[in-house]
Design a protein around this ligand. Structure first.
Ligand SMILES: Nc1ncnc2c1ncn2[C@@H]1O[C@H](COP(=O)(O)OP(=O)(O)O)[C@@H](O)[C@H]1O
Ligand SMILES: [Mg+2]
Length: 253
């Protein structure tokens, strides 16, 4: 039986010296929802994602994924359980083709118990997953193109493909639209909406139009703390959020 809840943080904290970057964060993420996390620079959004993916250690508190405590697990174990992540800065092997990049990502998903599977079948599985990921991210026709020869937008698309090659249930996306032009953004937004059909997405994004069009739920973080969580409408209409965050944009306009 699968519960509605895929991920939960309990009193999650991470400090850097005296700075509480993530400060007693309690969040619940529903399966197959798009849950965006917004907030000003330095709010702690990337740190939160780094904690969820195991890239950095928690100071205190816990993280449950599918009811399993993953708080102290290393990133490769968390990935093998079904948590995929993308980074705020591009994280691909520039000299490798799209297929090679996805192949490497797909291989990283093999857990130790799969080492007992016959090499030929293991190879088939890794290849199939890499090819499916390229298809799903829209780069199958570009599979033999070397990553460095693609546009920035396509490279970010490839990153999503690499994440898909790990066969995740949950995607952690840190500013997938950063630095993109309108056409590239539109392509990624379409891709994210498609992926939302059968994945849970935790999306950090500054582009509010994109966030409001993709997400069902929003959490606003400020200074390491959760200011508010709610539906798109609730957050749009929240006085506290408008004062602390959304209002900034209106003032500038
Ligand atoms: N490795 C680190 N060492 C020291 N301070 C850090 C480190 N990573 C992040 N911080 C600090 O933690 C705070 C939150 O950063 P971050 O999570 O990157 O914010 P956001 O992604 O919301 O912009 C910032 O003040 C940042 O300078
Ligand atoms: Mg960040």
């Amino acid at each position: 039986m699968t519960s509605e809840l895929i991920l939960e943080t309990r009193d999650l904290c991470r400090s850097f010296g005296a700075l509480a970057a993530v400060n007693h964060v309690n969040l619940q993420f529903q399966r197959n929802q798009v849950h965006a996390i917004i907030g000003p620079n330095g709010a702690g959004k990337t740190t939160l994602i780094n904690l969820l993916s195991g890239d950095i250690d928690t100071t205190s508190g816990s993280i449950l994924f599918n009811d399993q405590d993953i708080t102290r697990l290393p990133p490769n174990k968390i990935s093998q359980l079904g948590v995929g992540r993308s980074y705020q800065k591009t994280n691909i092997f520039a000299d490798f083709s799209c297929l090679q990049n996805c192949w490497l990502a797909s291989q990283s998903r093999l857990s130790s118990c799969m080492r007992f599977i016959r090499p030929a079948r293991r190879y088939d599985r890794v290849r199939d997953r890499a090819e499916k990921a390229l298809h799903d991210c829209g780069l199958f026709d570009r599979r033999h193109t070397v990553a460095s020869q693609m546009s920035y937008g396509e490279q970010r698309q490839l990153e999503i493909g690499m994440m898909l090659a790990t066969d995740p249930q949950l995607l952690l996306l840190d500013e997938p639209l950063a630095g993109m032009g309108p056409d590239e953004s539109a392509r990624i937004i379409t891709l994210l909406k498609k992926l939302a059909g059968n994945h849970t997405l935790i999306l950090i994004e500054h582009d509010m139009d994109a966030v409001f069009s993709i997400a069902q739920k929003l959490t606003v973080m400020v200074n390491g703390k959760i200011l508010e969580t709610g539906s798109v409408e609730q957050i749009r209409n929240s006085k506290a959020v408008n004062e602390a965050y959304l209002g900034e944009d209106e003032d500038e306009a």
